[in-house]
Design a binder for this molecule. Structure first.
Ligand SMILES: [Zn+2]
Length: 146
């Protein structure tokens, strides 16, 4: 994720926070890993129903292209935090009413230590956000299949 993406994300979302950054990293990883276009992906996000955890969803939308507007992201209220990306057989450029056959999948589950680190953070959350932005993906998430 290039630095200007971080700035654009903070501008879109309204602030720079760790949950936003975790979402950005997860979505960017899924795009790299699964390839294709945002029209071929769906995302299913599991996290608690209120901010700051839901900031995770904004980060995912920005970097994965799975968005509320396109209808290819859904939020399941649950334990923090996990996202499942599925690449489907291409429906072409236009929006499909139902996604095509699944062809690949990647699941990212937040490392418990990172959750604890973010929950315990006080004060300079921008500093933490920037640190998470640079951390190796496997230090942030358990990635399945690896
Ligand atoms: Zn936020």
């Amino acid at each position: 994720v290039p630095d200007n993406t971080l700035l654009a994300a903070a501008r879109f979302h309204g602030h720079l926070g760790p949950w936003l950054v975790l979402g950005l990293r997860a979505g960017a990883y899924a795009r790299r890993r699964l390839g294709g276009t945002p029209f071929e992906l769906t995302a299913r996000v599991t996290c608690p129903k209120r901010p700051p955890h839901t900031c995770f969803i904004d980060g995912i939308q920005l970097s994965s292209g799975c968005t509320m507007g396109k209808g290819n992201i859904c939020h399941v209220v649950g334990d923090c935090c996990r996202v499942e990306f599925v690449r489907h057989r291409s429906p072409g450029r236009k929006m499909a009413k139902t996604p095509g056959r699944p062809v690949a999948k990647v699941v990212l589950a937040l490392q418990p230590g990172v959750r604890a680190e973010v929950s315990a953070s006080k004060g300079d959350i921008e500093h933490l956000a920037r640190a998470l932005y640079r951390r190796r993906i496997d230090m942030l998430f358990r990635v399945l299949p690896s």
